[in-house]
Design a protein around this ligand. Structure first.
Ligand code: TXA
Ligand code: MG
Length: 369
């Protein structure tokens, strides 16, 4: 008796998982998801980048429950998703010159644009900032949900704070089972890394997070765009909210190696042999080509279980590396190794975004060979 059920909040939600066709989502399912959003509930939905944890962006209580569910600090602003370019005005009070061209070129798609915020967007959405991040996602399920819900949807990535973003529903459930109302499962995410963030409230405009849309592609439309310092330290959290170095932190300490593959392999091999003699279990996270070479050389250690080699994508097609990175990161961490060594791809194209996520997982520990 006297149980205060109001105290039992997010942990006691019953989480329903519904499989949905990624191309032709079932209207019934979308209608249920939309009404959950309209009632102030939490719906995890697929986007082409990663899964999002969505709620009505204009509902203060619903927005608060996003932060609760993720255990996210209130200083980290949310991205607001809208169905189309015309709906941007429901959250942004103005758009700067060049915005229409950017929207026409990259939306729907993996780009978030930071714009001046409208007063009716709760300050909690933007962590007190006068600007708001807006995105029109391309995923048919996300689009259908936004149209049916008919409200802007605030959605951070659907992971617990500081865990890798989820690219599969298994990742979502590992972090958020019992903390959200509904999960729409449309299979693995296409891009696999979060959207590129373009800040158009600054002059020149700044890329605040590298992602699926590259700097050269944006530069074709906005000639003066600059890359911000993407490796901002924790102390600069105010300057670039949510962009602190500690992010995606695995349980084991991770170090990133960059350089010529053959030389990187030599260094890593020596390090692994060294650690193995001390009885330390190592996990290697590397593009398939590197993983095969290292695994073959060190098969004695993989056989004995002292070494776990986890491939992510291929150097031949870096988009596969982007797509598989977060899954591989979770797998190698779940293998309960003592230390992780990661091999980065070339620092160009999508490789820049991959490197950005790895360096955050490494909390800045990089070895340039
Ligand atoms: O691909 C994506 O962007 C995914 C999907 C679900 O859309 N979402 C996502 O959200 O990655 P999240 O919460 O994990 O990352 C949001 C980041 C914040 O950490 C912050 O760096 C930046 O977006 N951000 C959002 N609003 C901002 C603002 N007004 N000013 C500066 N940065 C902002
Ligand atoms: Mg996130």
């Amino acid at each position: 008796m006297g149980r205060r059920s109001t105290m039992l909040t997010v942990q006691t939600r019953s989480t329903r998982v519904v499989i949905v066709d990624p191309r032709h989502p079932d209207l019934d399912v979308i209608t249920q998801a939309a009404s959950t959003i309209q009632r102030g509930g939490l719906v995890v939905f697929p986007t082409e980048t990663v899964y999002g944890l969505g709620a009505n962006a204009l509902d203060v209580a619903a927005v608060a429950s996003i932060f609760d569910a993720k255990k996210r600090p209130p200083t980290d602003p949310l991205i607001v998703h809208v169905a189309d370019v015309a709906s941007v005005q429901t959250v942004a009070r103005s758009t700067p010159p060049g915005f229409s061209e950017i929207a026409r070129r990259f939306w729907p798609g993996p780009l978030t644009v930071i714009l001046p915020k409208r007063a009716d967007v709760p300050v909690t959405v933007t962590a007190g900032l006068d600007s708001v991040g807006v995105r029109v996602p391309a995923h048919p399920v996300a689009r259908a949900l936004l149209l049916a819900a008919n409200v802007p949807i605030a959605a951070p990535s659907a992971n617990l704070f500081s865990r890798p973003s989820p690219t599969r529903v298994s990742h979502v459930l590992a972090d958020l089972a019992g903390r959200v109302d509904l999960v729409l499962d449309a299979g693995p995410s296409e891009v696999g890394l979060e959207s590129t963030i373009l800040d158009m409230t600054t002059s020149p405009p700044l890329i605040r997070r590298p992602g699926g849309v590259s700097l050269p592609a944006i530069r074709e439309v906005l000639a003066n765009v600059q890359m911000s310092s993407v490796f901002a330290g924790a102390g600069e959290a105010q300057v670039a909210p949510g962009q602190m170095l500690r992010h995606y932190a695995p349980r084991a300490q991770l170090t990133v190696f960059v350089g010529q593959p053959s030389e990187v392999h030599l260094r890593i091999r020596a390090l692994i042999v060294d650690r193995a003699t001390e009885g330390i279990r190592i996990g290697v996270l590397a593009p398939r080509e590197d993983a095969i070479a290292l695994g073959a050389d060190l098969s004695v250690l993989t056989d004995s279980g002292q070494l776990v080699v986890q491939p992510y994508g291929s150097r031949v097609d870096p988009r596969t590396a982007a797509r598989e990175l977060f899954d591989a990161l979770r797998r190698v961490d779940d293998a309960a190794v003592d230390e992780i060594v990661a091999v980065a791809l070339e620092d160009s194209g999508i490789g820049i975004a991959i490197f950005d996520r790895l360096i955050r997982a490494a909390e800045g520990r990089v070895v340039r060979v």
